[in-house]
Design a protein around this ligand. Structure first.
Ligand SMILES: NC(=O)c1ccc[n+]([C@@H]2O[C@H](COP(=O)([O-])OP(=O)(O)OC[C@H]3O[C@@H](n4cnc5c(N)ncnc54)[C@H](OP(=O)(O)O)[C@@H]3O)[C@@H](O)[C@H]2O)c1
Length: 404
């Protein structure tokens, strides 16, 4: 009730102020009375709409979360750092606060563009921002990228943000000309696409995070009071998803088509975050020698959803841009929850965050909260990676090499 009253009061005030301002600026001498009234009404409507937009975007954001602490000496690795995306916005926020950032991108052009834009933020020329090429379709590319990051960030990783991912839009890019004359092309295309989604959004990051686990543990040992963070960028799409245990590369099309493969991959991210949390703590305990680990030493893992964010992810339907502007968050606003996962000291690790709040995770059969199923998914993934299951369904692209 209080919220509704506050909304109506603020919306009314915003509308009245805009209308009054227009009425004063455009004097009746400048415009004949009917046009003056029309301009005043239009301005009042614009004020009202603008307030509703701000309310939609910000209502769930807890603005009390505004940790701007100095991150000098800390290192962040963010996957999928293309300009205008959530990864870039995250890198930008951490960079502005003093962290060294390493982003992963798929092409040199995107890497150079992101680094130029990042460095443009500071007047001092520095080497705190760099990029590494990585295509999550290719296991070799993921392992090479992890190796390059281990050497670039040999002193440790404080924030690892697993953000890179694809949506349903990719279906057209994945078109295979060989399927052109095939009567079952559509079904095959969907199958190929679902395998790509599972590989890029889930298997690739799984391999990458596993490759970097020893370095995260070392960082935690070296700096026991700074708990390194690992953040999986999941999505609200996990809520109506489940894991297709028989063959996650080809989730049951009859249930929800392509949406189910994206939702499954985002549910996989969440379950991965929680199992990774368990395993990294086990490793810390083992490494401590006495089997207990230091109470202070920790690596904290989170899965987050950024809300609906206007990034490169969103189809380029220009006619819908006014609606997008109205409904969607900016990448920097979407990245606030990632910043919270990186910096909030009150979080324990293992939480699911949405709109800067800790939320209950969901999923069709409750598997996002079921420890046995996190472990089952980890073991199934380890088996698939060992048996190179992904290579049966996915063509490995020629991965671009970075010029030195
Ligand atoms: N936008 C939303 O409303 C929304 C909502 C919920 C969750 N998310 C999640 O947020 C994350 C970031 O998405 P975004 O909205 O910022 O979209 P985006 O701007 O398209 O960013 C996605 C990033 O992932 C990279 N990527 C795609 N395929 C890749 C591959 N095969 N190998 C390596 N990198 C690859 C992209 O690189 P290229 O530029 O080369 O394609 C880009 O850097 C995704 O995981 C998405 O599921 C987004």
């Amino acid at each position: 009730m209080g919220t509704m009253f506050s909304f109506l009061a603020k919306a009314g005030a915003s509308s009245a102020l805009s209308g009054l301002a227009a009425s004063h600026i455009l004097s009746p001498e400048m415009l004949p009375p009917p046009l003056h009234t029309l301009a005043t009404v239009l301005a009042a409507m614009t004020g009202l709409l603008y307030y509703i937009k701000v309310w939609i975007h910000e209502y769930y954001i807890d603005w009390s979360y505004n940790d701007n602490s100095d991150l000098t000496g800390r290192t962040a690795v963010v996957t999928g750092g293309t300009v205008n995306g959530l990864g870039f916005a995250t890198a930008e926020i951490l960079y502005e606060q003093g962290a060294k950032v390493i982003i992963t991108v798929r092409t040199k052009e995107k890497g150079e563009a992101a680094i130029t834009k990042l460095k443009g933020q500071t007047s001092i020329g520095d080497d705190r921002a760099s990029y590494v090429l990585c295509d999550f379709v290719s296991e070799a590319s993921v392992r090479n990228c992890a190796a390059e990051i281990r050497s670039k960030a040999s002193s440790g990783i404080d924030f690892l943000v697993l953000n890179a991912g694809i949506s349903g839009r990719y279906v057209s890019k994945a078109g295979d000309t060989m399927l052109k004359n095939d009567p079952h092309a559509e079904a095959k295309m969907k199958n190929k696409f679902t395998a790509l989604v599972w590989m890029i959004n889930y298997i690739g990051p799984w391999i990458f995070a596993k490759e970097l686990m020893p370095l995260l543990v070392k960082t935690a040992q070296r700096k026991p009071s700074d708990h390194p963070r690992v953040v999986w960028v999941s999505s609200g799409a996990h809520k109506r998803a489940s894991i297709h245990w028989e063959d996650p590369f080809h989730p049951d099309q009859a249930r929800a088509g392509l949406v189910s493969s994206y939702g499954q991959s985002k549910l996989g991210n969440l379950m991965h975050a929680r199992e990774y949390q368990k395993r990294v703590r086990e490793l810390l305990r083992e490494e401590s020698g006495d089997g207990k680990g230091s109470e202070k030493m920790d690596v904290k893992c989170f899965a987050i959803t950024p809300g609906l964010v206007w990034t490169n992810f969103i189809p380029k339907f220009r006619l819908l841009y006014p609606l997008f502007w109205f409904l969607m968050r900016s990448p920097r606003m979407g990245a606030q929850v990632i910043k919270m996962a990186c910096l909030d000291n009150d979080l324990k690790g293992g939480e699911y965050l949405s709109n800067c709040y800790v939320k209950e995770s969901e999923g069709i059969d409750g598997c996002s909260k079921d420890e046995e199923q996190w472990q089952r998914l980890w073991e199934l993934t380890a088996k698939h990676v060992e048996e190179k299951e992904h290579e049966k369904y996915i063509e490995i692209p020629n991965v671009e090499k970075k010029a030195n």
